[in-house]
Design a protein around this ligand. Structure first.
Ligand code: ATP
Ligand code: AH0
Length: 365
């Protein structure tokens, strides 16, 4: 049983770009952020990344899953064992497959194993209950984005945009008291963010990313391709809606006839255009769009977003937040919420039928 009042929790996230594990400490009572603590990053080795990559799309029981789960559990045991001050752990795991209205959602890694190894309660499997109750199972960070807006003392609607493999936004109204209040948040996945850019760099140069957006900055955007990309049925869907990493894999074909720099510029513009397209769903125009996730370091992507959205764009660092660690901190926050019986998602974030505190807790025996 978790003691009453604020506790130090450590959250860990292994994101869709398969680069490694982020872990971060947060002092919270499950409602407010009281303090941020230290954080760490544990990259996957090339061999580990290969194991994870070949398990993408796999469901429980398939042969690729066991080695992937072992990689995830080992990497998390390593990084999390250095956070002895944490009283509880939020363990997201690695999404291998996500089909909310189909086969469900699948994050590799067993929280019971980690609870044993770490000797602490571990909250995990955050998405399954939400999906079972009709939700998208994602995004789950929105309630934390609301807490961040409160922590930063904001008093007008704003938007947080995470630029990972996939992009996800939360429109937040910090004039409300709690994230689960009606009209306090609205969230959805915007479209692909870095995944197609990374895939292009891998395909044409065997590189992992377009560093700083340097290649895209040299190219010319083919707006006809951006238009064709925006014809994807995903953009007609009303939120809540979520994506799997490879749902937009076909976008690479749209740029197959373009030179390298033009292809990079055009894919970058596609990701930015999908963010701008998302603005039609917001209840009230935000004053600021705050960026987090690795894509905020891609200057070409940030410039394209700023050109296409109708509000100011700034990194979350302008609020005093750490844009690399927000997701890890979010799973620390959500772990405490689960342990305290508070909801972690609701109709406005995942479209779940009713508010749900998704996540299992395992205690060491
Ligand atoms: N310096 C940089 N220049 C350009 N792009 C970068 C840079 N740093 C990171 N990125 C991009 O950000 C990606 C990693 O972002 P992040 O760690 O937020 O993703 P993730 O958490 O794995 O994904 P998700 O949020 O979808 O689960 C990289 O794969 C790369 O595409
Ligand atoms: C199924 C899944 O793992 N989705 C991730 C992914 O990465 C970004 C976007 O797609 C978001 O929906 C989600 O992650 C964040 C942490 C979330 O649930 O809020």
């Amino acid at each position: 049983m978790l003691k009453a009042g604020p506790v130090w929790a450590v959250g860990a996230m292994s994101g869709t770009s398969l680069d490694g594990v982020d872990a971060a400490l947060l002092l919270t009572d499950g409602l407010r952020i009281l303090d941020f603590g230290r954080s760490d990053y544990r990259p996957y080795s090339e061999a580990e990344r290969g194991v994870l990559h070949s398990a993408l799309g796999a469901w429980q029981g398939e042969t690729a899953v066991e080695p992937a789960a072992e990689v995830v559990e080992t990497a998390h045991a390593e990084i999390l064992s250095a956070f002895s001050e944490a009283e509880i752990v939020g363990f997201h795991g690695q999404t291998l497959a996500h089909e909310p209205r189909g086969r469900g959602t699948h994050q590799a890694g067993d929280g019971a194993v980690l609870a044993e190894v770490l000797g602490k309660p571990v909250v995990w499997d955050f998405r399954t209950a939400d999906v079972r109750l009709g939700g998208q199972g994602a995004p789950l960070v929105p309630y934390f984005h609301f807490a961040c807006a409160k922590w930063a003392g904001l008093d007008a609607p704003c938007v947080f945009l995470n630029l990972g493999g996939v992009g996800n936004v939360t429109w937040v109204d910090p004039r409300r008291d709690a994230p689960e209040e009606e009209e306090a948040v609205l969230a959805f996945d915007t479209g692909p963010a870095n995944a197609p850019i990374n895939d292009l760099m891998r395909l044409r140069f065997n590189l992992g990313q377009d560093e700083g957006g340097a290649l895209a900055a040299q190219g010319k955007v083919d707006e006809a391709v951006v238009e064709a990309f925006l014809a994807h049925p995903y953009f007609l869907k009303i939120p809540p809606k979520s994506l799997d990493r490879n749902d937009f894999h076909g976008v690479l074909e749209l740029v197959s006839g373009l030179g390298d720099a033009d292809a990079a510029a055009t894919l970058t513009a596609c990701s930015a255009a999908s963010v701008a397209r998302g603005f039609e769903h917001f209840r009230e125009m935000p004053q600021h769009l705050y960026l987090c996730g690795g894509g905020r370091l891609n200057e070409a992507l940030v410039a394209e977003i700023a050109r296409r959205v109708p509000c100011a764009v700034a990194p979350v660092e302008d609020l005093g937040l750490d844009g690399d660690m927000l997701e890890a901190q979010a799973f620390a926050y959500l772990a405490v919420r689960v342990a305290r019986g508070l909801p972690t998602s609701g109709p406005a974030t995942t479209g779940v039928a009713a508010q749900v505190g998704g996540g299992q807790i395992n205690y060491p025996v």
